[in-house]
Design a protein around this ligand. Sequence first.
Ligand code: SF4
Ligand code: SF4
Length: 419
Amino acid sequence: MATTRRKVLLYTLGGVAAAGAGVVGYAEWRTRGKASTVVRDKDGYLVKGAHLEARRRLGRTGLDVGVVGIGAGGLVGPDPIRRAAELGMNYIDTATCYGGSEALIGRALRESPGLRDKLVIATKWDPGPKTPKERMLESLDQSLKRMGTDVIDVMQVHWLGGGHVEHDEGSVRLDNDELYEAMEIAKAKGKVRFFGATSHHADRAKILMHALDKGKFDVLLVKMNVLDYESAGLPALLAKAKEKDVGVVAMKSQPGGMAIPKGYEASKWNIYQSNLRWVLEHDIACVVQSAIGTDENAQDLAVGAAQDRFGMRDGALLETYAEALSPDYCRSCGACEAECPDGVRIGSVLQFAMYHEQYGWKERAKAHYAALPPHERGSDACASCGICSAVCPYGVDAQGRVVAAGALLGARRNFQGTS
Ligand code: SF4
Ligand code: SF4
């Protein structure tokens, strides 16, 4: 198993080494900090003092976006937004379900005249397969009100295929005609400039290809990191997006939400930067990072990451780190779910546990977990089963983590089937 994993990883990194030619306008996106102000650590990683000048075109929207943007999922106040904008970031990605995130953006805009014009604001709505257009338009109006803005730059369909709304299987939500009617109305009224689709499901390449085939979306937001780039089919997705001139924003560049394998603790921030640089070597416009909304150090380091190109030093670090992390990283591939006698949504359960442990999104993780039908959360039977751990092709201790998730997130099903 270890040999197979290693081969996959080397192939991935080998692809990156030759990827420069595939990146649109590569020469223009490198950031330049003033040599006199930037600070590097002992290993040469830039840790402070850079300004993000690098911009890429967000596909056919024509918007120029900083190559690193603010993931507003864990936003802690208006100050990180202002600071990130001062550092040169201009893309901010939020959602209606990110707690008070939209309201905090609204506060930052109110308190900082001129800030709205500097930002490209992307938020999300959550239409299901049968949601009427009126509900979507209501959601849009609420987002506009919370943020105190007249227009949203990019409105995205949230979390396709993730079980986020009822009956969310594959790309079924994209086949709701009311969605496209709502999009037309919103655009005609000048409330939204562009539309997007998002997914971090294991099947995201297929789901988002379906979105591309619809021809209605200008932006894709997709989970992308070194550990499952190939297995999730992302090379084909990026190629198709490029062909259609659809802008791609990457999220979740840190596998496992900045989970660090044992022995790599001291390299945590170097890994953070190398992961960002690895993502930026591909045909994407921007990578959004949630730590930027909470941590000044993460902001500085993200800008610093974009200062240099992915190199041998990053490759050597990521190769060993990714191999060490691999058995702890659930790709939500579904292989174990197909074998589970109890129908547990193992990938989702592990993802919510990761939100709780790594992102610190405790209440949100519990709410997502509680929203799963009780039989999909796992049960006391897990303790004596273990099929999922046995079949996981990556060696993840799925059984142990489903059991641990129950203790962490609460309300597992007992033998009687009650929640
Ligand atoms: S535990 Fe393994 S098999 Fe199950 S979803 Fe995660 S990566 Fe796939
Ligand atoms: S341990 Fe639990 S989640 Fe894993 S296969 Fe068995 S019943 Fe399903």
